[in-house]
Design a protein. Sequence first.
Length: 104
Amino acid sequence: MAETMKMRATMEGDVVDVKVLIQHPMDTGLMKDAKTDKLIPAHFINQVIATLNGKTVLDAQWGVGIAKNPFIGFRIKGGKPGDKVGVNAVDNLGTKFDGEVVVA
């Protein structure tokens, strides 16, 4: 299975700059399949949680308005090289995605 989450965390001055790309279709449930003319069922990420060394630093609730293969970038104060940044995501079908990266 292909990697579904790509992550990078680097120090920029005194903050950690985190970038995450999640491979996901992010279907709204409003589009029709071109071949069958039937609605494609909704399938989207609805929660993203980021942690720094196990402590939650971001808790985002998403909906159908996010594009396919979503990218999220955020900055964390108080980090240092060697810290671990984790990202967990869950979609509306219960599929879980997670990744972890060490701050460089």
